[in-house]
Write a protein of this length. Structure first.
Length: 134
């Protein structure tokens, strides 16, 4: 009986450790050398917002990289849709552990070119609006 309790406790710890938020400990940040739209600080600020959201919302997942290239054609459309002055679109790759995700992600899957859309107005803080494929 004691061995069974220890085994159950170990399994519970394993589940809790894999579901303690998304792993952003080794994210590679990739961006254009010289952006015509945003400073490095502005891009890093948007990336900080994405990492904070990933850590909070993507249990059992590991964010591999965040990428910014010069504006994707739809960036201005995103700004209009959210009635903001500016939008920035970041792309990322991440993996889901076999215990990860909230049911909307496939376990043991790698997601490539996952899109993150952020907006802001009047040079204020970036606000994460939506994410996913599409």
């Amino acid at each position: 009986m004691r061995k069974m309790n220890v085994l159950v406790a170990l399994l519970l710890c394993l589940v809790l450790l894999t579901a303690c938020g998304g792993d952003v400990s080794n994210v590679e940040r990739v961006m254009v050398e010289q952006s015509m739209c945003y400073s490095r600080e502005e891009i890093h600020g948007a990336m900080d917002v994405v990492e904070a959201n990933f850590r909070k919302e993507f249990d059992g997942c590991r964010l591999k990289n965040l990428r910014y290239d010069e504006p994707l054609p739809e960036q201005q459309e995103w700004a209009r849709q959210y009635e903001a002055d500016e939008a920035i679109v970041l792309l990322s790759d991440f993996s889901v552990s076999r215990f990860g995700g909230d049911g909307s992600l496939n376990p043991n899957e790698n997601y490539i070119n996952w899109k993150w859309v952020l907006t802001r107005s009047d040079g204020g803080a970036w606000e994460l609006r939506t994410w996913g494929y599409g």
